[in-house]
Design a protein around this ligand. Structure first.
Ligand code: GLN
Length: 484
């Protein structure tokens, strides 16, 4: 049961071989066994899950089931889900039960997908290792002393260890792709505006985007069909005709032009990762693809640009946590200002405070022009690099991360070193493009290597096609870690 894809689970349900209640119970049992080791979930609520499963079973009995009705998934704890504790990995929201559903959650409910629980994450999605979570770090199912990546590390670890067949994630600078790479699963960060941010707790609004994390590209496509869609409550949600993201899966790759960015295969890339990517390229050539060298010269500035813009937006978004209306409030204070100060001092962790300070600084009078405005200009140039590259190729291919998963604690002391683990993923968010990560091998340390595919705007179906064709001739995505 635990090797099963969304498609197989939907067949089991449709053919009556299993009920949603049975499937959910199976996954809940596995979560109960593995979560004490992995810490991938912040909240599990078996009663709630089973009630949702029974509702799905009733829909099916009444002949009103859709493609995935009854197939359970896990949700990153950044998505507000009515009645569920929704913490965003922070002490600030450790007592917050969401009074409404995010658009993504509404859509999953409407499709009849029971929720297996809320997954652990870096605090307010700020991090690349899951170590900033107030609820403790998640462990990588492939190596318990290693990080699972972040910020969607709980979702990635849960899917890798088959505690859930798939999960939702969000990606502001790499938070779907980098943990997918570290945990050996497949994840897609869609074009900005494709998945509604309504009810998705805001970090950096011009970069945040929800997306699917699953074991295969095909499952990501199925989950995208559920998650994506216009929503008037998100002012940047794009009103476009509904797409079937599975429509191109079987298209042959003959003639596909793969662009290899010179800058992604240069200094800093570990030999392990480079070797696995080279082997994957050989596979793509056998499938009929051609490669062409492209250049993304401004991408070297993506990390500094991101660490001006993302904190700027975060400092504004996080101003709402003031202890007044919801969330944490300091137990003792003298007056209103003191209450604000203590609440924020006690409720936020170090990384979040660091970002609020940087963001406030770069937005302040006198520095706005020097930092924020400059970063906005560079952001445009970074996007133009991609536009030029897509004149020469259909998709861009490279590593998702410079190394395989690093040890817990290895980068905690040095924020800049931590920030550099997103060196290949961040430019995609700055440009608003779709990108995905899929497993393509293992390092000498036995930890998974992720391959990144980047496409032009709205090319999700094509990216999923390219990934799916690769997964038809390789079996990296079917490998399972042994968690004891
Ligand atoms: N690791 C990056 C950061 O810390 C990206 C996080 C994300 O995509 N949410 O901001």
């Amino acid at each position: 049961m635990n090797h099963t894809s969304l498609k197989q689970l939907s067949h089991l349900l449709a053919s009556g071989q299993a009920s949603s209640r049975e499937l959910c119970q199976d996954y809940l049992d596995r979560i109960a066994r593995l979560n004490p080791v992995l810490n991938a979930f912040i909240t599990v609520d078996p009663e709630r899950t089973l009630a949702e499963a029974e509702a799905a079973d009733r829909l099916r009995a009444e002949g009103r089931a859709g493609a995935l009705t009854g197939v359970p998934i896990a949700h990153k704890d950044i998505f507000c889900a009515e009645g569920w504790l929704t913490t965003c990995g922070s002490k600030m929201l450790a007592n917050f039960v969401a009074p409404y559903d995010a658009h993504v959650i509404e859509r999953c409910k409407a499709a009849g997908l029971p929720c297996l629980g809320k997954t652990n994450m870096d605090e307010f999605a700020m991090g690349s290792s899951n170590e900033t979570s107030y609820f403790g770090p998640v462990r990588n199912p492939w190596a318990l002393q290693a990080v699972p990546g972040g910020s969607s590390g709980g979702s990635a670890a849960a899917v890798a260890a088959r505690m859930a067949p798939a999960a939702t994630g969000t990606d502001t600078g790499g938070s779907i792709r980098q943990p997918a790479a570290f945990c050996g699963i497949t994840g897609l960060k869609p074009t900005y505006g494709t998945v509604s941010r309504y009810g998705m707790i805001a970090f950096a609004s011009s970069l945040d985007q929800g997306g699917p994390m699953a074991t295969s590209a095909e499952d990501c496509a199925l989950l995208m069909n559920v998650m994506a869609g216009f929503d008037a409550r998100d002012s940047t949600s794009l009103e476009r005709p509904a797409e079937d993201y599975t429509r191109d899966l079987t298209r042959p790759l003959i003639g596909l032009r793969i662009g290899l960015p010179r800058e992604y295969f240069a200094e800093g890339l570990s030999a392990d990762v480079a070797r696995a990517i080279e082997a994957a390229l050989a596979e793509f050539r056998r499938l009929g693809a051609q490669t062409v060298e492209v250049s993304l010269p401004m991408s070297r500035l993506s990390v500094p640009v991101y660490y001006v813009l993302a904190p700027a937006e975060a400092s504004s978004n996080l101003a709402r946590y003031d202890g007044v209306r919801y969330g944490y409030r300091a137990p003792e204070y003298t007056d209103l200002t003191d209450m604000y100060e203590r609440t924020r001092a006690e409720g936020f962790g170090d990384e979040v405070k660091r970002r609020i300070m940087i963001g406030t600084y770069v937005l302040s009078h006198g520095y706005y022009d020097a930092y924020y405005l400059q970063a906005q200009k560079l952001r445009r140039l970074i996007a133009q690099d991609f536009a030029a590259a897509f004149q020469q190729c259909d998709v861009i291919l490279g590593p998702t991360t410079p190394t395989t998963a690093f040890e817990l604690g290895a980068k905690r002391a040095d924020p800049v070193e931590m920030y550099l683990s997103d060196i290949y993923t961040i430019a995609v968010n700055l440009a608003g493009l779709p990108g995905m990560s899929l497993p393509c091998g293992f390092g000498a340390d036995g930890r998974p290597v992720g391959l990144q595919l980047i496409g032009d705007y709205f090319s999700e179906a094509r990216l999923l096609n390219v990934a799916h064709q690769y997964q038809q001739v390789t079996d990296w995505h079917t490998r399972l870690p042994e968690v004891k």
